[in-house]
Design a protein around this ligand. Structure first.
Ligand SMILES: [Zn+2]
Ligand SMILES: [Zn+2]
Ligand SMILES: [Zn+2]
Length: 283
């Protein structure tokens, strides 16, 4: 199937989540692939009592007038949605196939009952192949034993270059390099863009990221990494693109929120779990 706009969300009493009056971005998770604290790590950040240093795996939710748009389904998805009191997800965009971005997909299984249709998943062919392999039971032809015995999902194909519409919003894909073996999609909606899991952005993609109000960008740690920007590399990209403000995400346990936030330029911030940004110009 090709990408298309799913039916507008039902905002009647049967829909437990009323549409957002103003579009808003909620950071569900801002941590690297193993999360912070890392299991068994006794470093200062992993032992920190600052809640900003508690980072679940990366995802954002964009509350739109027509519904809730999720980017990625990390393994922490259930606890993230409960924490932020998000009762319904109307559509999902996927950045790439890595485990920390897709292995919470089964947590969507309640939503088809409330939507009255499968959850639309927008992804590239490589991500679709990974989802169909990893979640083969969701696509089984075997008769269901009972309603909801497997997740009801609808995969909608997107590609590197063609903008598409989701929940009334035009989304521009932004291909990003993620080390030597993987390519990721960033997404631009209006003057907001979300670009996680990257260590190189081509000139073509940089051109899709000019004139932003808000850029969310990968920055794993201070030292170089083969598949992620470090803080200095992310700051160089931000310096070139000149968004009004930028937020760094996919943060590892090298990043102690308080002192690092204080050291950044005034218009650059560390994202943290639970951060909410009003984004009136998205929709
Ligand atoms: Zn990741
Ligand atoms: Zn640690
Ligand atoms: Zn990744």
């Amino acid at each position: 199937m090709t990408a298309s706009d799913p039916a507008p969300a039902d905002s009647s009493a049967t829909n437990p989540t009323s549409p957002a009056p103003t579009p808003e971005v909620i950071f569900l998770g801002t941590g690297t692939s193993v999360g912070v604290p890392a299991i068994g790590c006794e470093c200062d950040v992993c032992q920190s009592t600052d809640p900003h240093n508690n980072r679940t795996r990366c995802s954002i939710l964009i509350r739109l007038p027509e519904g809730n748009l999720l980017i990625d389904t990390p393994p922490d998805l259930r606890t993230q949605l409960l924490r932020e009191k998000v009762k319904l997800v109307h559509a999902v965009l996927f950045t790439h196939e890595h485990a920390d971005h897709i292995y919470g997909l089964d947590d969507l299984r309640l939503f088809p009952f409330r939507l009255g249709r499968p959850v639309p998943l927008y992804c590239r062919a490589d991500v679709e192949a990974r989802i169909r392999t990893s979640y083969d039971y969701a696509f089984s032809q075997r008769e269901q034993t009972h309603a909801g015995s497997r997740p009801q999902l609808e995969i909608l194909s997107i590609n590197n270059d063609d903008p598409f519409e989701v929940l009334g919003v035009r989304v521009t894909p932004v291909p990003l390099k993620h080390g030597p073996h993987f390519e990721v999609l960033g997404f631009r909606m209006g003057d907001f863009a979300y670009c996680t899991d990257t260590n190189h952005i081509s000139e073509t993609s940089m051109d899709r990221l000019r004139g932003l109000d808000t850029l969310v960008l990968d920055a794993l740690r201070f030292t170089p990494h083969p598949t992620h920007f470090n803080i200095d590399e992310a700051l160089e990209v931000i310096e070139e693109l000149k968004p009004r403000q930028a937020f760094l995400t996919h943060l590892g346990h090298d990043i102690d929120h308080g002192p690092v936030e204080a050291s950044l330029p005034d218009h650059v911030h560390l994202a943290y779990d639970g951060l909410r940004l009003p984004m009136p110009s998205i929709a």
